[in-house]
Design a binder for this molecule. Structure first.
Ligand code: FAD
Length: 386
């Protein structure tokens, strides 16, 4: 095999988790190399809704601190916009959202119900018919494509390296250490390895004797032609999340998730017409004044899901110089702080700013082998065959 110079830390996966980790490592002087099988952001990181949420995560407070200063730290724009509005179309949705608002207020975050005048001013595409809308004074949204690119450029500005179109195919080990990463382009030596391969993280860690339990689900986004800019672009509701882009397009996505068995190397990038129609219908229910707008683009992406919906950031017990990191469907928003946490675990052995013990792999020690079936997280074809 052709031997190519490696790096002190090799990171598998050029999504926001791997890129943010590499950026945090590189800016603290660590020699970091990201290896990506396609191009940066080709996975969920370049296909998501751009929402920066997940209040219950231990990484959330640091995420809130970092997003408003990310453009300055990275040196490139992410188009971050703070706060979000949650629209409740029906009275049932409003009752649920009121409970949610009370819960986040108990955590110290402010959530206020807007009156009709405020709604008309802030989100004019939302009709007067909706049951209510809460202004959430926390969270926000960014442009996923700009953010992925910003991490990649900023990481390289600090001396980090990026190898695209290069799939990791295996690992070279010596006793209980991974000493190299085998790829289509040869072997890359490493002192430490981070596997941040999204839905492929489980398959890759299994090669090293410890599988990270993740199940893949397909989710979709639709984009309308540009509409007049609303005063406020970050809107959730009616089972959808999304944003109005700076050009005016409405970019929205949402469930239901379609569980799937991800083939090696696969991304299932094709959107499905039924799900697209479903998203479009719910968007019109929430924003009837956008009903005339045509859908000009749509795409699908694969979301990684752990059994309890919480991220994994931990060292493998089989190979302690390997850190595995997968964010369980909320990885975009959390990426500024997840990358910092992973950097801390790699360099210092522990996260310096949050208690991430709930992200350890040990919590799955008693996981049933058929946990996917027990949770109903099975691909439709498999369900029919059963
Ligand atoms: C439609 C949709 C909407 C979403 N909306 C939001 C949202 O609003 N807010 C939010 O926070 N999250 C959202 N998410 C989830 C979020 O996008 C993901 O949690 C996040 O992007 C995960 O980032 P990652 O870097 O961990 O994984 P990924 O983005 O999946 O990146 C992993 C990378 O690893 C690479 N890779 C895999 N195997 C190999 C290999 N063998 N060798 C080399 N490279 C490899 C892949 O090509 C990929 O680029 C959404 C996801 C989707 C699909």
């Amino acid at each position: 095999m052709n031997e190519i110079t490696g790096a002190s830390v090799v990171i598998v996966g050029g999504g926001v988790t791997g890129l943010s980790t590499a950026w945090w490592l590189a800016r603290s002087g660590v020699d970091a190399l990201v290896i990506e099988k396609d191009i940066v952001g080709w996975g969920a990181s370049g296909r998501n809704g751009g929402g920066c949420g997940h209040v219950t995560s231990p990484l959330y407070p640091e995420m809130l601190r970092l997003w408003p200063i990310m453009d300055e730290l990275l040196g490139y724009p992410t188009e971050f916009s703070a706060n979000r509005i949650h629209v409740s179309v029906t009275e049932e949705q409003l009752a649920v959202q009121n409970l949610g608002a009370a819960a986040v207020e108990r955590q110290g975050y402010r959530c206020e119900l807007l009156d009709m005048k405020q709604r008309r001013e802030l989100i004019p595409l939302v009709g007067d018919h909706v049951a209510g809308a809460h202004f959430c004074h926390f969270g926000g949204h960014s442009n996923p494509h700009r953010t992925v690119q910003a991490y990649a450029w900023a990481m390289q500005d600090h001396g980090g390296r990026l190898m695209q179109h290069c799939a990791v195919t295996g690992f070279r080990t010596e006793r209980e250490r991974v000493i190299g990463v085998e790829t289509e382009r040869g072997l890359f030596g490493c002192d430490q390895l981070v596997i941040a391969a999204g839905p492929h993280t489980g398959r890759l860690s299994a090669v090293l004797g410890q599988e990270v339990p993740v199940q893949s689900a397909r989710a979709e986004m639709i984009v309308t032609e540009p509409l007049p800019l609303m005063a406020y672009g970050g809107v959730d509701g009616n089972g959808l999340h999304g944003r109005q882009t700076l050009r005016g397009n409405l970019a929205f996505g949402g469930g239901p998730h379609e569980w799937l068995d991800l083939p090696e190397g696969g991304v299932f990038a094709n959107p499905s017409t039924p799900l697209m129609g479903h998203i479009g219908r719910r968007l019109i229910e929430m924003m009837p004044k956008a009903a005339h707008a045509r859908i000009i683009r749509s795409w699908a992406g694969v979301i990684e899901n752990t059994p309890d919906g919480r991220p994994v950031i931990d060292r493998l017990s089989t190979f302690p110089n390997v850190v595995v990191a997968t964010m369980s469907s909320v990885g975009f928003g959390l990426s500024p702080s997840s990358g910092r946490a992973i950097r801390d675990v790699v360099v210092d052995g522990t996260c310096s700013f949050a208690d991430i013990s709930s992200f350890r792999l040990a919590r799955f020690a008693r996981l049933e082998p058929d946990w996917r079936e027990l949770q109903g997280w099975v691909a439709p074809a498999k369900e029919e065959a059963a």
